[in-house]
Structures are given as structure tokens and as C-alpha cells.
Design a protein around this ligand. Structure first.
Ligand SMILES: Cc1cc2nc3c(=O)[nH]c(=O)nc-3n(C[C@H](O)[C@H](O)[C@H](O)COP(=O)(O)OP(=O)(O)OC[C@H]3O[C@@H](n4cnc5c(N)ncnc54)[C@H](O)[C@@H]3O)c2cc1C
Length: 297
């Protein structure tokens, strides 16, 4: 058994190459072990002191978010909370204030739960994930990262270092909504993210929808056939598509039928909220609270 505290990314990569598992905030890894989901890995490398992975950097192409950026930092970041709203909506819904201060974006995506709240927002916004190992760096579309519940295509020794998002473009924005039974310490029963770009006449210029907790991984659809259609018709189409394409399971939290129905409702609301934002309306983060979706107060 070993526990290493990495002071540099190279130290972390060396520990990973030797077989250690990274631990960032520990809100999945440690809490899961305490609840008996899986034993803690025998060899751990703490990466939480790697300041170079804690920055949000605006680039020519868009924005790069370090893997160790916390959910709290995302929900309160001026650029992310105005131009990349779906991600801020998702982060703002994670757990409690304590969970959001400690839990990281990298941990959320690498944990690969189909119920993760940042996954659907990242896919609809065209995110790429950057992985680093002692062999070098590689980037891939984020939907290629998840291969099943709790499984990723990251190879042994690879550390997630950043998530890159392109600029949304003019008259474009996004939203993420989730069905929840209570307002804190909850995970999504189902959820939906939408990215909408509008043409000058107010019709759809681009529409992508991502669905949470209704398939083994995040489900994403690029609804190019909706280009040129009015927002209301596209939102209705997105709801139908979500209900048809989802493959949910029944568990203690919801039945297949309930999930199938409600994911349609969430998809429609996500498209409507994203379109309002794309048209310039300011809807507070998270949109769930702002427009009364999910658990009542
Ligand atoms: C009370 C509570 C409520 C929660 N509510 C929500 C919720 O509403 N929505 C939601 O989506 N999640 C929720 N979570 C889950 C969790 O908080 C998030 O998934 C969080 O983002 C995990 O980040 P972390 O840094 O704590 O990850 P960790 O627990 O440190 O790591 C999680 C996994 O990712 C790996 N990992 C971490 N960082 C990296 C990296 N940089 N590179 C490679 N692998 C890495 C670890 O090895 C581990 O397998 C909740 C958790 C708790 C305890």
C-alpha cells in the first residue's frame, strides 16, 4: 500500500506509471469506499496540490479548464457562467456547497457515472479532453472518453489534465436541467443539456442535445435536421428524440417508464432555456432554480 502526495505533474505521472490511482477531491473515490461501493485502491497519488491544473484560461479557440478546477470555481466563473452556461448549471447542482468546493471537473468526468452532471453539458458544447502520460499528450472528443458506467478509454498511466471548449459563436448558448427529488445532496434522476445557436430570424442554426442517466454513458444527438425550424418545434422534436433514443434502467429512484417520459420533458426545457439564453436573455445559474425545474423549495 502507498500514498504519495504529488508536488508536480511529472511526479504524479511517475506514480501513475508505477500503478497508483489518482485522487483529486476524493468525493467519489473516498465516499464510494466508505459506502462500500468499491475498496480504496491500494496505491494512491494525491493530485490536489497541482496548482497548474487549477486554472481556467481563455484561449483564441475558446476556454481551457484545468482538471482540478472545482465545481464552485466553475459556477462562479464570469466567463463560464455567461458563455458556457450549461457547464455552470451542471456544476452548480453538484452535491452541497462542501462537495462543490472539493469536487473537481476532472474527477466528475473520469469517474464516468452516467448520472454525472457535467457530462451532457460538455458533450453538447463540443468539449475535448486532454490526457497526459509519461508517453505524451493526447486530445479527443469527450464522448470518446466514456466506454460504460464507471469506465473510460484512458489508458493506465494517463492523467486528465484539461478540458477544452470551443467558443460558442454568435447568438449561441446552452443550458442543463435535471430532474431531482430534493435540492441538495442529490444525483440526477434524469437530466438534459442543450446547445442552441440561432439564425438572425430566430430559427435554429445549430442544436445539440445531451442526456444524463438514461443510458450506460451520456447520450448525445446532433439535431442538424432542425436547422431552419422554429425553436418551439425543435424543442418538441428534441423531447421526442430523447424519449425514443434513451435506454434507461429501473432502480430505486425511478422506473424505466418514468425516466423515459421525464427525459423528454427535460430535453424540451433544456432547449427552451438554451434558446432564451442564445437570444440574449440572462437566466441565472443554475437554470433549475431560476425557472423552477426539479425539486420545489
Ligand atoms: C454528497 C455528494 C453529492 C454528490 N452529488 C453529485 C451531483 O449532484 N452530481 C454529480 O455529478 N456528482 C455528484 N457527486 C459526485 C462527486 O462529487 C463528483 O463526481 C466530483 O466532481 C468528483 O470529483 P473529485 O475531485 O472529488 O473526484 P475523486 O473522488 O478524487 O476521483 C473520482 C475518480 O476520478 C479519478 N480521477 C480524479 N481526477 C483525475 C484526473 N485528473 N485524471 C484521471 N483520473 C482522475 C479518480 O481516480 C477516481 O477514479 C456527489 C458526491 C457526494 C459525496
Amino acid at each position: 500500500m502507498s500514498f504519495t502526495i504529488a508536488r508536480t505533474v511529472d511526479e504524479a505521472l511517475a506514480a501513475l506509471t508505477a500503478g497508483a490511482t489518482p485522487i483529486a477531491g476524493g468525493t467519489d473515490l473516498v465516499v464510494g469506499a466508505r459506502h462500500g461501493k468499491a475498496a480504496l485502491p491500494a496505491n494512491l497519488v494525491a493530485i490536489d496540490r497541482l496548482d497548474e491544473l487549477k486554472a481556467v484560461v481563455e484561449t483564441k479557440e475558446g476556454v481551457s479548464i484545468g482538471a482540478l478546477v472545482s465545481h464552485h470555481a466553475i459556477e462562479t466563473h464570469p466567463l463560464l457562467a455567461s458563455a458556457y452556461c450549461a457547464l455552470a448549471d451542471g456544476s452548480a447542482l453538484v452535491g452541497s456547497p462542501a462537495t462543490r468546493h472539493v469536487g473537481t471537473l476532472g474527477g466528475n468526468i473520469m469517474n464516468a457515472s452516467p448520472a454525472m452532471d457535467t457530462g451532457a453539458p460538455l458533450t453538447v458544447m463540443g468539449a475535448e479532453v486532454e490526457l497526459r502520460s509519461t508517453r505524451g499528450n493526447r486530445r479527443m472528443p469527450i464522448e470518446q472518453l466514456w466506454t460504460g458506467p464507471g469506465r473510460t478509454s484512458a489508458e493506465p498511466g494517463e492523467l486528465c489534465v484539461a478540458i477544452h471548449l470551443p467558443k460558442p459563436g454568435p447568438k449561441a448558448n446552452s443550458a442543463y436541467v435535471r430532474l431531482e427529488y430534493r435540492r441538495a445532496m442529490e444525483i440526477a434522476v434524469v437530466g438534459a443539456a442543450a446547445f442552441v445557436a440561432l439564425a438572425d430570424d430566430g430559427t435554429i442554426a445549430a442544436l445539440r442535445v445531451g442526456l444524463t442517466a438514461v443510458a450506460p454513458t451520456i447520450l448525445t444527438c446532433n439535431l442538424v435536421e432542425q436547422i431552419g425550424r422554429p425553436v418551439a418545434a425543435a424543442a418538441e422534436h428534441a423531447a421526442q428524440m430523447a424519449m425514443e433514443q434513451c435506454t434507461p434502467i429501473s432502480d430505486v429512484r425511478a422506473s424505466v417508464g418514468y425516466r423515459r417520459h421525464t427525459v423528454g420533458v427535460m430535453a424540451r426545457r433544456a432547449v427552451e432555456a438554451a434558446a432564451r439564453r442564445a437570444a440574449g436573455e440572462k437566466i441565472a445559474i443554475p437554470v433549475n432554480r431560476a425557472v423552477g425545474i426539479g425539486a420545489a423549495s
